[in-house]
Design a protein around this ligand. Structure first.
Ligand SMILES: [Zn+2]
Length: 255
């Protein structure tokens, strides 16, 4: 049955396509050092400015058959994929959280993750500016607008991950990057204790497995740095939406 809720979720999905399109631009321009606002969207190869009808998420890509109108160069499928993934995650959050205040930091969190995943996969960079803006917005939102958990819960979560990861970074001498630490601070302030600890636990497990894989690769002389950001983003999103029963079950094993 087509209810009002389904209609609203679809609207959030369309909003997600537009935001996804913007996030693609932010991710690329953060890496190239261009301003986010100027110049207007253009082909990366021939620099022809894009017409409004070429800026419609997904549709433009399909209609142009993935090629630039002027120079016919192949446009990266990362664009429509980024738009689609953002839209689907927006709808998932709207469906899971419902239409309440918590949906706002939820969509902000997703937006930051979409940028980070792109920049970390492409260039092994988690842009500082994006994380800092994100941190400021989330802190202000938690302080002045809405916090489903008590404020001490978020504060304690960020203190614990901060101390733990700084210590680990010092001990491992660069095994953990500053970007990863700030990303965890953002997760802590957005999600609170339970989801943060779950993310930390799952991410270290993945990090451990990849560390071993990395060692095997090194023996074959293919030394590759692992982009850790996407795994943290993925695990964090999962922990936020579905983590609480899992955490309670795990905690129950020890108490
Ligand atoms: Zn072109």
């Amino acid at each position: 049955m087509f209810t009002m809720e389904i209609f609203l979720i679809l609207m959030v999905g369309i909003f997600g396509l537009l935001i996804g399109s913007f996030l693609n631009v932010v991710a690329i321009r953060t890496l190239t050092g261009e301003s986010v606002a100027f110049p207007s969207s253009h082909c990366m190869a021939c620099h022809t400015a894009l017409k409004p009808y070429e800026l419609v998420p997904i549709l433009s890509y399909v209609l142009l058959r993935g090629k630039c109108r002027s120079c016919k160069i192949q446009i990266s499928p990362v664009y429509p994929i980024g738009e689609l993934v953002t839209s689907m995650l927006f709808m998932l959050f709207a469906w899971k959280l419902g239409f309440q205040l918590e949906l706002i930091p939820g969509l902000i969190f997703i937006s930051i993750m979409v940028i980070i995943v792109q920049t970390d996969i492409k260039k092994r960079i988690i842009p500082d500016r994006v994380l800092l803006y994100g941190l400021i917005v989330i802190v202000l939102f938690r302080l002045f607008i809405f916090h489903p958990l008590p404020l001490w819960n978020y504060t304690l979560a960020s203190l614990i991950v901060g101390v733990l990861l700084y210590t680990l970074a010092a001990v491992s001498k660069g095994g953990i990057g500053g970007g990863d630490i700030k990303l965890f601070a953002l997760i802590a302030l957005f999600m609170g204790m339970k989801a943060t600890l779950l993310t930390l636990f799952a991410a270290s497990l993945i990090g451990f497995l990849f560390g071993m894989l990395g060692r095997l690769q090194q023996e074959r002389k293919h030394i590759t740095a692992i982009p850790f950001g996407p795994y943290i983003a993925l695990v964090g999103t999962f922990a936020y939406l579905w983590g609480e029963p899992l955490f309670d079950w795990y905690w129950g094993l020890f108490t």
